[in-house]
Design a protein around this ligand. Sequence first.
Ligand code: ADP
Ligand code: MG
Length: 669
Amino acid sequence: MKPQDPLNKLDGVGPGRESALAGLGLYTVEDLLFHMPTRYEDRRRAVPIADLVPDESAVVFGTVRSLSVRRAAGRNLHIATFEVEDDFSAVSVVLFGGFRSFYSLKDGVRIALCGRPDVKGASLEFQSPDYALLKRGSSEMPPGFDRILPIYPTVKGLPRRWLANLIFSCVTSPDLLPEDPIPEDILARRGLVSLRDALRGVHAPDVPEDVRRSMARLAYGELYEIQKKIFAARAARERTSALQLAHGADMAERFERSLPFELTESQRRAIGEICRDMAGCRPMSRLLHGDVGSGKTAAALSAAAMCAGAGAQTAILVPTTVLSAQFFSEASKYLAPVGIACSELRGGMGARERKDLLLRLADGKIDVIVGTHAMLEDDVVFKSLGLVVIDEQHRFGVRQRERIAGRSEGVHVLMMSATPIPRTLCMALYGDVDTSEIRGGPSCRKPVVTKVLSDNYVGDLYKFIASRVQAGCGCYWVCPLIGGDCGQECDDRSSVLSRASDIEKNIPGVKVERMYGSMKPDEKRSVMERFSSGESGILVSTTVIEVGVDVERAGVMVIESASSFGLSQLHQLRGRVGRGSRAGVCILLDGARNIKNSPRLRIMTDTCDGFLIAEEDLRLRGAGDVAGTRQHGLLNLRFADFPRDSALLEAAREDAGAQAAPGTAAGRS
Ligand code: ADP
Ligand code: MG
């Protein structure tokens, strides 16, 4: 799948549009081809005007009446208002445009409209619908109205129709379509369409069935690629030898004895499994699952201690700067007493400081280094890398994960995740990894008391929070990402800012902090420090606090629009409170409707078992819509969804296995 020419193909779109496209992560023709619609508008059949339903998109035909065009005051904008009537009823229409745009619009001409009508007084009105004039005496759909129209997620500065046209022109130029990476005989055997047909099918479907067939093909392709990599990685691992770290075991024991707490039974078992792997001659590939607060950090540090004891270095990769600071402070606190040198590589470091750090790293003067993906840069060189720990590994994107894999060949790898992944899925998607689990948390932890509350009670909630903050408790207030369609780049401040000022108005005298993804890492750090020290009482934030952050005095968490989050994500979030001796409280706020009946949120109030919640999450999400956004963050899959695609996964596993080892039944074993 080579894009024709990644850099040049999109020029000509203009710098403004280009940066807007970049905001969506679209840089190449191939990116455009794989930019999936969120929904479709079926324009193939017109309805009588009398059948229009407010807010539901529809196509109608009719005759223009009572047309009036006027100029908007002081601007070069014209507004046309008119009625469109069919045999039985009429609907109002408002259009905006330059004067010329309405040139051919006249009373008595026939017109087709497509849009979502709003209620306007006693009748309905289309504002800026798509429209086309009909040929006299013809009842055929005009061009653009005779198809199923894909609707794409977009951002400011990128008109929907322009983006749709751009994608359409890519998908209808045969020489821009990528080669099919899947052998023809597999496609034929599985009854799957070719990649080219699949891309045409999602972007320019003739019938709804095209979309379903195409999505199945894209999901299969995605799973097949993953399986191929898994088989390749297994083969490579069987050929590779790793540093044997057995003689570091003493150091791990010294480390464990120096901890201010007793390791739990479960932690001990996991550490035992990890250390046994690292003493072997093949590289470890192990996933450590453990609920939020179960103490995975201590397990990882124990492995790092073993590695250091054997004279090798450990790299600890974490997904966010906030988490990096946290991990680093814990690592230095516990590793320094046993003489292990620990450093942090920060993204925003000064050039001198960075260079100095890298020198010490290359000299082997640093045993353990903690950092974000800044560590994947080419100039980060180790003297003797023995172990890579990847914390919250599911939070890394596909490309980052590939980089990690590329940089950790022949090295022991320990992945950690607080989002438990159902075992079957885990095996299939991570393939060859061994798994360890830490069940239950350190004994001091109490389950978080969780309540669902209707938005109508925000006033009472403010009073509750005020009293808790008075009592010295920290409160997180989590806001949803607005416009989650557009990925990380979109503006994530608005919900945070408006909620924070509302809280300030209603709870005077309390310092409220704001935090969101687009803030600079340093700013985030100081916000966290002020919150952690008690200087501020309430932290209003997006989910940037989600992973691993540990503020001892945080006792209350409010999650707004709770239904828009995945269950596992809610569970992870609420794990951030009640880390002291007192039980934490989590309030799930939701729209005024049907809260009592929401079985999804009910699970959150009923159990604190992350594994159970993960299974439920998977079961409840069901098949989902064809191309809905996958916000649950469980796995970085773009097309495949579970349990819907379980059969495709099996097929992909079998086919990739057979390709990897022709003539054997590898895939079927
Ligand atoms: P997570 O699994 O979510 O990463 P952490 O490793 O951050 O959890 O552990 C949460 C807190 O529990 C940390 O402050 C850590 O020091 C503490 N902790 C870890 N293990 C134990 C233990 N066996 N007994 C008491 N406290 C522990
Ligand atoms: Mg952690």
